[in-house]
Design a binder for this molecule. Structure first.
Ligand code: UT7
Length: 322
């Protein structure tokens, strides 16, 4: 029996930090409102000449180093992003070239904020079936590029960053199970209403930015997230007490707190980075994981529950023995 395990983690945040005080100067908002309603204090924003692939490369190199593998042994790259460098080739292919890897399968996954959980699930299945032995899984975003900086309902929430993991074949279970869902009926709650095949001209002008029904999303998010956590626990025949760390998508501290309350989980067992990172979409979970691995909270052998929710709508969870 082949299993997959996370062999190493890495992450990267661009240097530029935008504080709530900075945003007070450009939209009608206050530091107090942003902190109270979202828990966000600051976010990192990519430099004008810095792309999603740049962020992904830094995170990937750190994950490769942490895992102690040679880049040449990577035989699959799965990269989750909503903000690819180009329409094509995929950012995964651009990253492959940067890392000097040739020949292995490389592709992007688009599931917005749930992207990393989708990517991890795909890599896990490749490894378990023997189709790959060493996968690089990345969540990377320059999400602030698709933000309307005059819309206070969205611009205060998002940030840029990247996180990566190496998923290796193993004799004992690491990734225990993954659970993916989507429901396109709710597409209108969170979207960029223009793309390559629809309203393409808007992409050249000023119309292709994130629109969000925050309030409605909030309610759907809390219900969906507690449901997906229960699904993952039930599938593995365990209770929430068995979980060492919940590593949620970092959209809003109130969503995280409300989900934890529903699950009966105490704050001390949740990794929260939303204050410093904001919502980095597909990058948020691997960023939070890497922060907690490097500061010593997450230790080998512990049970981690990752959960995410985002545009699509999409949602998913992964139970991982680290
Ligand atoms: O990544 C996954 C997808 N994202 C999410 O899941 C996000 C889900 N939603 C949320 O996180 C929250 O709904 C928000 C943080 C976006 C908003 O918090 P809220 O408590 O739901 O506020 P609200 O949308 O109900 O707005 C309350 C008030 C409104 O004013 P009125 O109509 O009551 O006069 C807004 O216009 O706050 C106003 N408002 C702001 N005020 C100051 C909205 N944005 C701001 C702002 N600063 N930045």
């Amino acid at each position: 029996m082949i299993y997959s395990r996370i062999a190493g983690t890495g992450s990267y945040l661009p240097d530029k930090v935008v504080t709530n005080a900075d945003l007070e100067k450009i939209v009608d908002t206050t530091d107090e409102w942003i902190r109270e309603r979202s828990g966000i204090h600051q976010r990192h924003v990519a430099a004008d000449d810095e792309t999603t692939c740049d962020l992904a490369e830094h995170a990937a190199r750190r994950a490769i180093e942490a895992a102690g593998v040679e880049a040449g042994s990577i035989d699959l790259i799965v990269l989750a992003t909503t903000t690819p460098d180009l329409v094509f080739p995929s950012t995964a292919c651009l990253l492959q070239e940067r890392l000097g890897i040739h020949d292995c399968a490389a592709f992007d996954i688009q599931a917005v904020c749930t992207g990393f959980v989708y990517a991890l699930s795909v890599a896990d299945k490749f490894v378990r079936t023997g189709a790959a032995r060493c996968a690089l899984v990345v969540g990377a975003e320059t999400f602030t590029r698709i933000i309307d900086w005059s819309d206070r309902k969205t611009c205060v929430l998002f940030g840029d960053g990247a996180g990566a993991v190496i998923v290796e074949a193993a004799d004992a279970p690491g990734v225990l199970s993954t659970h993916l869902h989507a429901d396109g009926r709710y597409a209108d709650l969170l979207l960029v209403p223009a793309g390559v095949s629809k309203d393409y001209q808007k992409l050249r002008g000023h119309g292709a930015f994130v629109r969000m029904e925050g309030n409605q999303l909030f309610k759907v998010a809390v219900n969906t997230l507690s449901g997906i956590v229960e699904e993952a626990l039930t599938a593995n025949g365990i209770g929430i007490d068995a979980v060492d760390w919940l590593i949620p998508h970092q959209a809003n501290k109130r969503i995280i707190a409300a989900t934890a309350r529903k699950l009966g989980l105490s704050d001390e067992r949740i990794i929260v980075t939303v204050a410093e990172h904001g919502n980095t979409s597909a990058a948020s979970i691997p960023l939070a994981l890497d922060v907690a691995v490097r500061d010593g909270r997450v230790k080998r052998g512990q049970l981690l529950l990752l959960e995410a929710f985002g545009g699509g709508l999409t949602w998913g969870a992964a139970l991982v023995r680290y």
